[in-house]
Design a protein around this ligand. Structure first.
Ligand code: AMP
Length: 180
């Protein structure tokens, strides 16, 4: 667990933008955290400490902000990084999962050889933010379809009002560094 004053420091480094991308949404803009070398390094040191002795096999990041934190953590922990992307972006053979949005559906994909056919590979899933949880739940379904196991889903920020983390917690352990 992170100290309250450290949480406040990180939260203050994230910019909130009203009515983006549409009216009524408060967009949590992590570019200001990334642009602050001390905040970014502090966050990564926290994640390294938390996950270094967890015997993980892979880190999976969700497009696109999950790539930033996931890939940085993979390099620090010397673990392979696996991207989950929007349809049509990954060039090799993929499997796909769909999930519902407020209006309509969306899909994400993973390469079929992402875990090199290893059975029960231990995976950490990372994204910047959990809102409804739809994206992360679909990501876990993709991981499981490839016979790997998501042992924890980690988010920088959880939007508590939306109960996404509660739904996700039925499938895996959930760690949100910050809550708003
Ligand atoms: P969800 O599937 O509803 O949990 O949405 C999570 C995805 O949408 C994450 O990849 C987030 O980056 C993005 N997202 C949702 N709401 C916001 C928000 N208020 N600010 C920034 N990103 C958001």
């Amino acid at each position: 667990m992170m100290k309250e004053q450290d949480k406040k420091y990180l939260l203050d480094s994230i910019r909130a933008i009203k009515d983006f991308p549409k009216k009524g949404i408060i967009f949590r803009d992590i570019t200001t955290l990334l642009n602050n070398k001390n905040a970014f390094a502090f966050l990564m040191d926290h994640l390294v400490e938390k996950y270094q002795n967890k015997e993980l096999d892979y880190i999976v990041g969700i497009e696109s902000r999950g790539f930033i934190f996931g890939a940085a953590l993979s390099a620090r922990l010397k673990l392979p990084f696996v991207p989950i992307r929007k349809p049509g972006k990954l060039p090799f053979k993929c499997i796909q999962e769909s999930y519902s949005l407020e209006y309509g559906t969306d899909s994400i994909e993973i390469h079929t050889d992402a875990f090199n056919d290893s059975k029960n590979a231990k995976v950490l899933l990372i994204d910047d933010l959990i809102a409804t949880g739809g994206t992360a739940i679909a990501a876990i379904r993709l991981i499981e379809k490839l016979n790997a196991k998501c042992i924890e889903a980690c988010f920088l920020l959880e939007l508590k009002d939306l109960d996404g983390a509660k739904e996700l917690a039925k499938l895996t352990s959930v760690y949100s560094i910050l809550e708003v």
